[in-house]
Design a protein around this ligand. Structure first.
Ligand SMILES: Cc1ncc(COP(=O)(O)O)c(C=O)c1O
Length: 455
């Protein structure tokens, strides 16, 4: 055993012994040791044995400008040379100030003017949930505390976001969760009991929101929280009339609309935000992930002047009692400023729209080719391949079934990093800088992966 191999052996053993991985039983670490990654460049990552993989997941949706971007690294190093960190309670730093102004400019269409930094997506959602409760207290309607969200919704793993989560798998181990949270059915075209017609589904699903607001008691509902395209819970692309109808309903009942744009902000759906894709201006946005392409943890809660104005009148002062040690971390903000330069300069929303359309067109044939593929759907560079035990019944695979993880292993053996989102689906969410050639390669590798799985 040479020293290089011995070192790898130690790394694997130490990982199995000490390193607990999110969303996994700790002992699964021993039975199925994770791949250990050591390098990355552009749309590729490399493991500790030097094997290269095309990264179809962009890490966890977030590495939008690709791995190893020199401009982002330079911005972090430059900031590091000046001041790595100082807290921002009653203080500030130029990188955070510049970023807050940039975000207001980037999301001017959405009407966002105020920026509260956090350390990630779940934190940004918590900020939004607490903000709406405080808003209604200040606005003189303290009974408006309830949050309505969507089945299959994912809003992070803190108790607030988890209470809004629409998936029992995440909720059950940690119940009881917070009171005052309810979920309504999603506008899920592939799986719904009502209709195959998208616009009819949009109307039905939006009506369910109005019914829920009325059932709860209009003046007790603080906000509706949803992802413009549901990501982790199933990649559910709503019909185009859904969000405009949701906005109308929220307005009719004075309910605030929180768009969880943690995945969808900065171009992934083929527009600068999911809200903009649907032509809807939310009251509050939670953003993270693509904000600095995952180089340093960062998130933010954004809101409009309409929301901000209740704070203008408060006497005595009404501090926003929410924040983190790492809110507005200078290194994270510097990385974000460099990332957002790239997003705009390289028109990443435009590239996501073009490459996403090519990918979807290539994969559309899958349900005819593979009996275990039930549906292929997507929007921009958010594409899901749904696996089913039977196309007729649409029964999904469970964690006990071997096929989906087999597919992921075959992909890796061919040099394709695939991400299983739940036990019965792969989600393709490559870096937004992916080229047409790399998109075609991704589709080729996935064809070969599924061919081998079929064989
Ligand atoms: C829509 C959405 N909201 C919130 C989160 C939580 O973000 P984080 O994992 O950074 O806390 C995620 C993470 O995937 C997400 O997809």
């Amino acid at each position: 055993m040479n020293t290089h191999t011995a070192k790898q052996y130690d790394v694997r053993a130490l990982n199995a012994r000490h390193h607990v991985h999110p969303m996994a039983d700790p002992k699964a670490n021993r039975a199925q040791p994770p791949l250990i990654l050591a390098g990355g460049s552009g749309c590729y990552v490399t493991d500790i044995d030097g094997k290269r993989y095309l990264d179809s997941a962009a890490g966890l949706w977030n590495v939008i400008v690709g791995h190893g971007r020199a401009e982002v690294k330079a911005a972090i190093v430059e900031q590091l040379d000046r001041l790595a960190y100082y807290q921002i309670q009653g203080l500030s730093n130029p990188a955070a100030i510049e970023l807050s102004a940039r975000l207001a400019e980037l999301f001017a269409w959405e009407g966002m003017t105020h920026v509260l930094f956090s350390s990630g997506g779940g934190d940004a959602v918590e900020g939004a949930l607490k903000l709406v409760r405080q808003y209604w207290k200040l606005a003189g309607e303290p009974a408006r505390t309830k949050i309505i969200s969507l089945e299959y919704g994912y809003h992070g793993t803190h108790f607030g976001g988890l209470s809004a989560n629409g998936n029992a798998q995440y909720r059950a181990p940690y119940e009881p969760l917070m009171p005052g949270f309810t979920q309504i059915p999603s506008p899920y075209l592939y799986r719904n009991p009502w209709t195959r017609d998208p616009l009819e589904l949009g109307r039905i699903a939006a009506n369910l929101l109005e019914q829920e607001i009325q059932r709860q008691g209009t003046r007790t509902v603080a906000a509706f929280l949803a992802e413009p395209i549901q990501g982790a819970g199933g990649l559910i692309v709503p019909p185009p009339n859904y969000w405009p109808l949701v906005r109308e309903i929220c307005d009719r009942h004075g309910v605030l609309l929180i768009a969880d744009e943690v995945i969808t902000a900065f171009g992934r759906p083929g527009a600068m935000s999911g809200s903009r894709l649907w032509g809807v201006k939310p009251d509050i946005m939670a953003i993270a992930k693509g904000i600095n392409s995952g180089y340093v943890p960062l998130g933010a809660t954004l809101w409009s002047d309409r929301v901000a104005k209740v704070w203008e009148k408060t006497d005595p002062l009404a501090p926003i009692m929410h924040g983190y040690t790492y809110s507005g971390h200078a290194l994270a903000c510097a990385a974000a400023n460099a990332t957002l330069d790239i997003v705009v300069r390289e028109d990443l929303p435009g590239n996501a729209a073009a490459r996403g359309a090519e990918l979807l067109a290539r994969l559309a044939k899958y349900p005819e080719c593979y009996p275990f593929v039930g549906d292929v759907r997507g929007c921009g560079l958010m594409v899901a391949v749904d696996f089913v035990k039977s196309q007729a019944t649409k029964e999904p695979f469970t964690a006990a079934d071997a096929l989906p993880s087999k597919i992921s292993q075959i992909g890796r053996s061919l040099g394709l990093m695939l991400r299983l989102a739940g036990p019965s689906r792969i989600v393709l969410s490559p870096p937004l800088v992916i080229t047409a050639g790399e998109t075609a390669l991704l589709a080729d590798l996935l064809d070969r992966t599924l061919d081998q799985a079929l064989a």
